[in-house]
Design a binder for this molecule. Sequence first.
Ligand code: NI
Ligand code: MN
Length: 226
Amino acid sequence: MKFTFYGHACFSVEIKGKHLLFDPFISPNEKAAHIDVSSVKADYILVSHGHEDHIADAVYIAKNTGATVVSNYEIVCWFGTQGVKNGHPMNHGGKWNFDFGSVKYVNAVHSSVLPDGTYGGNPGGFVVESNEGCFYFAGDTALTMDMQLLGKYHPLDFAVLPIGDNFTMGTDDAIIAADLIRCNRIIGVHYDTFGYITIDHTEAKKKFAAAGKQLTLLGIGDSIEL
Ligand code: NI
Ligand code: MN
């Protein structure tokens, strides 16, 4: 699986030649100014919740690529009102088999409203399973005991967790989350974009290492094979 980081909580994972793009927020992010949004590939756009910092470029990219938006029912309906033709609505606990593998929409403890004030349903995260591997994107969330279930029933190769604190888990809680989901390979997201979520990279990596886990913090635009 090829993983590419686009800044904040936006990344793509390539599975079986399909591009899964998560939480596109690129053009408003000054730190991602070198990313050309029109060149971002997507066959599917997975949206964890309705906040602006997770969907800013989603309508544009969906129209530009013809990608299918996968999110909760309320958010997929909203994309329909924005002229996005392809949507796949889900709700918490539900799983669907796509052509690359399966997606399960799972709990997140956060809030969710769309930029125009439309109700955005309840926020979530995603577990993606395929024969190339399995991973969890937590979306924006607090540490929650629900994460135990994910670790017990899904063999995760890696997990994408928010670590910026203030609006989501910080590093210390993300380490506990990694324990609960039984995953030692963590990609950190949702840090440094705004003043409220600035972190010390060295300290964060040290804390994860001390807990026997690997924290990867990618440069914006960088890709790794996982
Ligand atoms: Ni949020
Ligand atoms: Mn956010």
